[in-house]
Design a protein around this ligand. Sequence first.
Ligand code: HEM
Length: 396
Amino acid sequence: MDLANLDHDHPSFYLDPHRAFTRIHAEQPVLHTNAKGGYWLLTRYGDIRAALLDWQNFSSAGLEASSIHAQWPPEAAIVELPVGSDPPRHTKYRSLVAPWFGRGHVAPLEPALREDARRLLAKLADAGGGDAVQDFALPYILSALARFLAVPVRDAKRFMEYAEGTFIGRAAHRHVAEQSRYGLIEYVHDRMTGDRGGADSYFSFLAASRIDGRRLDDEEILGFGSLAYLAGVETTVNGIANSMHHLGMHPDDQTLLRDPSVDMEAAVEELLRIRAPVTLLGRHTTADVEVGGCPIPKGSSVAMCYGGANVDAAVYPDPLRFRLGRKTRHLAFGTGRHLCLGAALARLEIRVAVEEALAALPHWEVDTSGEARPMMLPRGELHGFWRLPIRIQTAA
Ligand code: HEM
């Protein structure tokens, strides 16, 4: 890997981000690369945390146009809200939707999520294994998101059709990705009119919301609706897939989590730390800044490597080891003004999925022997799998 030209969308990075971060931490933790027209990567915990809190100098406005992320054609380049805005606009947008994302709205979903997970996992158990993404994590999360947004659960099927394009097409097959993107926009657009997916849906809530004494316009509703799908599917599917992969590759950790006295909330945090589903997201500098003694000029693109922060050995000794009881809060959900709004939902979805998988499946391992090999997402900003075959171990 040539650090001066490192491209996070190159397989040498995304196939093994741990290896990449170990080297970058040792050699150049504030790294400039010439790839993608030139950008910086912040990879140390302290540097990223400080930059995320310093929203004045590290701006999120225009995130959708950042060269760090895959570009859409102009008609598909939506300003995702609230993530693609800075205070004071961001503060208003965020407080508008924050109640929808709160624990009070999320916790009642648990019984339905458990039922969905059990139904899908029973099929895997009967078959002696299957694909932990295609047969479990993806359909489970799409239904969970429909329940969360209070739109008909049958709508989840429509999203299955777009998933491949939004997950892997962005890097590999441009036209498939664009078709998926248009499909998503069309879906959100449909929900902005007519019955809005139901009187109690997120879209009805957005349509009734007011900002500065006026209703949200169509572009804003599209921004909120589109982000709910983009931020709410790939991330949590990856969180579940990465957890199942880790436990399939580390039988001792799987055995540990089968102990009913284990604190599963803490276990999910540690799984999210080791294998952050979002590896990095962009910012741009609004002034000349200095990070770790390194000058970064105004107008630079900067990648916040949450995945790197979470395996920074200066903060997490023996960082790749799963260890319950670590004290420092990980950055998988970011921090500061843009701290993930969906964190309560994500934590619930992942915990229920892992608990139910441990209950329904005897010891599983990742199956690398068959034709359907594990397939990682071919994109460096996310860390996860599109296919993850698992096999249930049978007693000898
Ligand atoms: C394990 C799963 C998830 C991970 C790792 C994750 C990660 C993140 C990260 C790192 C950010 C900060 C972005 C930044 O700093 O610019 C973020 C923001 C956000 N996430 Fe999540 N996310 C997850 C699940 C979800 C879910 C399920 C939803 C909603 C259904 C969601 C909705 C959002 C929203 C709306 C924001 C923007 C917050 C703001 O700008 O104020 N996320 N997420």
